[in-house]
Design a protein around this ligand. Structure first.
Ligand code: MTE
Length: 335
């Protein structure tokens, strides 16, 4: 069973497909509609089984009839404290090249993700808190200060993007939850609905998707709860209506589709850690000097360009977060 799951993460399409290949496959698929080249390309078709095509047009069509009730809140004011060292990634690319295993292990899940109903959407806050409660996403959005932040995003697969997230600082969620002093960690659970998310019918994955951070990490100013992207409500494929954004950690720490936050004194075991603990750990801080067991983390491929750039310690956010890890040198901080 474990071997099978490990292969899921290793799937060439998800872990190893170069984005330029991915893009040219999509062009190829557009071309295939017209020609006999089809016969020569069974492998490519396998790789593209989750659809290619005119992405933005289809996304627009899929979402046109569905107005997100939070739409009037956006765009929100950009917080200029957080600046990028590279151009913002093209919106179409950031919203059509995704990891969301609930909808499949391909990068091309954006269309399938449109099946996720976003309302009602209730978040359960419980565990070591003064009083457990449930809150609807629209009530939550009224109780927090929304802002926009430009952050880099570095996937453990060694690709990266830079996007304008909308949302609120995670410390605001902690303040609303009123945790007890005994709480040391936040454990986040994503939705679990195999009826809408085909990937969750794959029984060998330990659904729901779980991630966790320490209280100190949650209170760090960089830790962010994403509710929007590119000045609009969060697209479903990017984690609507609520996801984590932890820019100094590998992207798999930034859970999408969150429905539950538990305050606990036990370190959460995350989804990928449970599947393959030798490769994915709790901390998962970005570090170019610590290779993934199967590939180097020295450089990253910037989505939308053919450029590889050096990866930076803590993804370049060391001035904000390095202090969180002093005294923890004995831990696997970078896996
Ligand atoms: N959250 C859930 N619930 N399920 C997932 O499969 N994938 C993670 C993370 N959050 C994932 C998830 C990984 S591996 C990455 S790199 C980022 O989401 C990708 O975010 P993006 O698609 O918005 O770029």
């Amino acid at each position: 069973m474990l071997t099978k799951v490990k292969k899921g993460w290793e799937l060439p399409e998800s872990a190893a497909t170069d984005e330029s290949v991915f893009r040219s496959r999509r062009s190829l698929i557009r071309g295939l509609a017209a020609g006999p080249i089809l016969l020569g390309a069974p492998a490519l078709l396998m790789g593209c089984k989750e659809d290619g095509g005119a992405a933005s047009a289809v996304v627009a069509e899929a979402t046109a009839n569905e107005v997100d009730p939070s739409a009037s809140l956006y765009p929100v004011t950009r917080n200029l404290r957080y600046r990028l060292d590279r151009p913002i990634t093209d919106e179409e690319l950031a919203t059509t090249y995704n990891n969301y295993y609930e909808f499949g292990s391909s990068k091309n899940i954006w269309k399938k993700a449109q099946a996720l109903p976003l309302r009602p959407w209730t978040i359960k806050i419980h565990g070591m808190v003064e009083k457990p409660f449930e809150i609807g996403i629209d009530d939550l959005l009224q109780q927090v200060q929304l802002e926009e932040r430009l952050y880099r995003h570095r996937c453990v697969e060694a690709w990266s993007m830079a996007v304008p997230w909308s949302g609120f600082q995670m410390s605001q969620l902690v303040e609303l939850a009123k945790p007890l002093s005994s709480a040391k960690y936040l454990r986040f659970a994503s939705f679990n609905d195999p009826d809408v998310a085909g990937g969750q019918r794959a029984g060998w994955y330990p659904w729901p998707y779980i991630e966790g951070v320490t209280m100190e990490e949650a209170m760090n100013e960089l830790a962010f709860m994403g509710t929007g992207l590119y000045g609009k409500p969060m697209p479903k494929q990017n984690g609507a209506p609520l996801r984590l954004v932890l820019p100094w950690k590998y992207g798999f720490k930034s859970s999408k589709g969150i429905v539950e936050v538990e305050f606990t004194d036990k370190r959460p075991i995350s989804f990928w850690e449970e599947i393959q603990g030798g490769e994915y750990g709790f901390w998962a801080n970005v570090n170019p000097d610590v290779p993934h067991p199967r590939w180097s983390q020295m450089t990253e491929r910037v989505l939308g360009s053919d450029e590889r750039v050096p990866t930076l310690l803590y993804n370049g956010y060391g001035e904000y977060v390095a202090g969180l890890y002093s005294g923890l040198e004995g831990e696997r901080l970078y896996m």
